[in-house]
Design a protein around this ligand. Structure first.
Ligand SMILES: Nc1ncnc2c1ncn2[C@@H]1O[C@H](COP(=O)(O)OP(=O)(O)OP(=O)(O)O)[C@@H](O)[C@H]1O
Ligand SMILES: [Mg+2]
Length: 309
């Protein structure tokens, strides 16, 4: 890995969430400088490249279009092939950027701003989703709770930090969802009603108990994730367990994963933080496996906002 450059769009913070139109405009502004920076950092010129990889989906169509169109132009001008990558496959294969790498087959809990999935990975390019959310993603559960609490977006890292200063003394119900699937919208509603009830009695309730509320919410989100992951491991008999996506930065999830792993004899894998959140290296490593198999696409390729693994 020669360079892994990230252009973060802080512009969304003021809106309390990602604004699609603003995101694609910022992509248009950023894409040439960030590619240029990556080439400089890597010490290569574009004529040295052997293929161009890009994210085809899932994601916001406007943002994907910027990337796909740029990749088409660059590949065409250099006369080299293009490789399309599924963003969620990238999150899983982030484990192969550096050692230690999981052994096949392994289970990956991918928890991000838009997804919550348990995936069985049989080989680099053979994976199957065995559990998914039927409504909100785990990251959304953190962010939407944060909004109710008046925290900035994205609230996940803030809740993580405040939870360390509190105790999880408020009980929120664990959703009863069949199989290996998840649901977080009920949790959000129960937090909303809990806050309304308590604020009626004491208008300062959030300010006075913020750390404990954060600890309670985080404990519930993490327990939901861990219970399903345990179930998936028992059902599949797989004890190589990985996590991916932005929420895997969560310190309680990391602690629980290690503790449960020791208890159940798992080998656990958590990538470095910079490979957990969205990054280009995870797209490149996926493309590396596809390149070896000659899986290229033509200029007729189109982005897909919904794109199943
Ligand atoms: N320490 C943390 N604890 C909890 N959540 C966190 C933490 N750090 C980041 N997050 C959450 O991770 C999410 C962002 O992750 P990521 O960048 O992987 O998502 P995304 O790329 O927007 O979504 P997707 O990959 O599904 O399209 C946000 O919801 C954020 O609140
Ligand atoms: Mg992502």
């Amino acid at each position: 890995m020669l360079a892994n450059c990230v252009a973060t769009q802080d512009v969304h913070r003021a809106y309390g969430g990602v604004v699609p139109e603003v995101a694609s405009r910022a992509h248009q502004v950023n894409i040439i400088p960030v590619v240029d920076l990556a080439l400089k950092k890597a010490g290569v010129v574009k004529e040295d490249l052997s293929a161009i990889a890009f994210t085809r989906g899932p994601g916001l169509l406007g943002s994907l279009l910027v990337g796909v169109s740029f990749a088409k132009g660059l590949a065409l001008s250099l006369g080299i092939p293009m490789i399309e990558v599924n963003h969620m496959q990238g999150h899983v294969l982030a484990h192969f950027i550096e050692d230690p790498k999981p052994n096949f087959p392994f289970l990956c809990l991918t928890v991000s701003g838009g997804h919550t999935q348990i995936v069985v990975i049989k080989s680099p390019l053979e994976m199957e989703v065995i559990g998914t959310t039927i409504d909100d993603a785990a990251g959304e559960a953190f962010d939407k709770t944060g909004k109710l609490l008046g925290l900035e977006y994205p609230a996940g890292p803030i809740i993580d930090r405040l939870a360390k200063l509190g105790t999880p003394r408020f009980e929120f119900p664990e959703p009863n969802i069949p199989e290996l699937n998840f649901s977080f919208s009920g949790l959000k509603t129960s937090i909303l009603y809990f806050l309304k009830r308590e604020l009626k009695k004491n208008p300062e309730f959030i300010n006075e108990h913020l750390n404990d509320i954060c600890a309670s919410v985080q404990t519930r989100i993490v327990s939901v994730l861990m219970n399903k992951l345990k179930k998936a491991s028992i059902q599949s008999g797989i004890k190589e367990i990985a996590v991916a996506g932005g929420v895997s930065a969560n310190s309680e999830l990391r602690e629980q994963l290690i503790a449960t792993g020791e208890e159940l004899g798992w080998s656990t894998y958590v990538p470095k933080l910079e490979y957990c959140t969205d990054n280009a290296a995870m797209i490149a490593i996926t493309a590396y496996y596809k390149y070896q198999k000659g899986e290229f696409v033509g200029q007729d390729i189109v982005p897909m906002s919904r794109y199943a693994l």
